[in-house]
Design a protein around this ligand. Structure first.
Ligand code: UDP
Ligand code: MG
Length: 317
């Protein structure tokens, strides 16, 4: 019998865990005659009752594994740990706030049974704020136009991956993780199914604007060196502009010396402009250098405080 693992990253989801667990159990009941099921919850340093609830569930249900992080490492690392601890021949990754409806996982599994290795859930509609939709749209458009790989639009991390893909993912040891990009670049047979994304059931988003921004930068820097190329293009552009400016100044000086240029404005503006551009470009370099630094440090991705599992080879081994 093959195993299917579900992975749930948990950050302050105490209000959602009971309903999530119930719904997922209900939805997956028809699978139990064909598959062994496993549910891996990764507690990403929650500061509420999440861990206590998960431990309770785990005590009663041997198919539940709880991985408790030593602190909050972020969603992408939590999912990574889930993949490390999952035993499944297929692994379903989904959010724990019921925004990704558990019933859709059955569609993902059906596609996997047809022979696909990666099945991502595409958001046909979503109930996020206009701001979030607009920024997400702009981000994916930009990434799409500059990145070296094809990342399907309107997909989050809600997806199914085959064991082979999971094993490949484990060889991607980078610290600044943008999983959806990594999965795309791995290849294998990929497809998508459409679904309507729900609203968060309860609680607050763990992705405030600051984190969304950092996440977008990770995606960008990890999969594109376009900003680096943009620096030199801008440099060329500036050089040409200043050449034109110099030509203009010379022409005026030689042919119209009577039109005295009161150059103060020009000088001040260009000083600020050039200074500003240089700082932005330094920032771009800093973005890459900072990431190179964390990669070179080669620290472990996460530290696990405890694992609660009844019978999981990976969790107990
Ligand atoms: N999450 C996590 N660690 C974090 C932030 C979020 O494991 O530091 C989890 C969270 O519990 C949820 C998923 O990642 O299961 C998606 O987070 P959230 O719903 O807050 O993001 P949004 O849907 O608002 O983008
Ligand atoms: Mg959410």
């Amino acid at each position: 019998m093959k195993t299917i693992s579900y992975i749930f990253p948990i950050y302050n989801e105490a209000e959602n865990i009971p309903l999530l667990y119930e719904t997922v159990k209900d939805v997956t009941r028809p699978l139990t005659d064909r598959y062994k099921l496993q549910f891996v919850f990764v507690n990403d340093g929650s500061r509420d009752e999440s861990l206590e609830q998960l431990k309770q569930i785990q005590e009663q249900d041997p198919s539940v594994v709880v991985v408790d992080f030593a602190r909050n490492y972020g969603h992408q690392i939590a999912v990574t740990a889930g993949i490390d601890y999952a035993d499944g021949d297929a692994i379903v990754i989904m959010d724990s706030d019921l925004q990704d409806p558990p019933r859709v996982s059955l569609d993902l599994i059906a596609k996997w049974e047809e022979g696909f290795d990666v099945v991502y859930a595409i958001r046909a509609s979503r109930k996020d704020s206009l701001f979030k939709r607009a920024t997400a749209h702009a981000f994916y458009w930009l990434l799409h136009s500059v990145a070296d790989i094809h990342i399907p639009r309107n997909t989050g991390d809600f997806r199914l991956i085959d064991r082979r893909v999971a094993e490949e993912l484990k060889r991607y040891t980078e610290r600044n993780r943008f999983l959806r990009g990594m999965v795309s670049s791995i290849g294998f047979k990929q497809t998508g199914v459409y679904f309507d994304r729900d609203e968060r059931n309860a609680g607050e988003t763990g992705y405030p604007l600051r984190r969304m921004w950092a996440f977008a930068l990770d995606g960008f820097f990890s999969f594109s060196s376009a900003p680096l190329k943009a620096i030199s293009r801008l440099g060329y552009g500036m050089a040409i502009l200043s050449l034109l400016g110099a030509l203009y100044a010379l022409t005026v000086k030689i042919f119209f010396p009577e039109t005295v240029i009161d150059g103060w404005t020009f000088i001040v503006i260009s000083v600020f402009l050039v200074g500003g551009i240089q700082l932005i470009m330094l920032g771009v370099l800093g973005g890459y250098i900072g990431r190179i630094y964390t990669e070179v440090q080669n620290r472990p991705l996460y530290s696990v405080q405890d694992v609660y599992a009844a019978n999981s080879p990976r969790a107990n081994g």
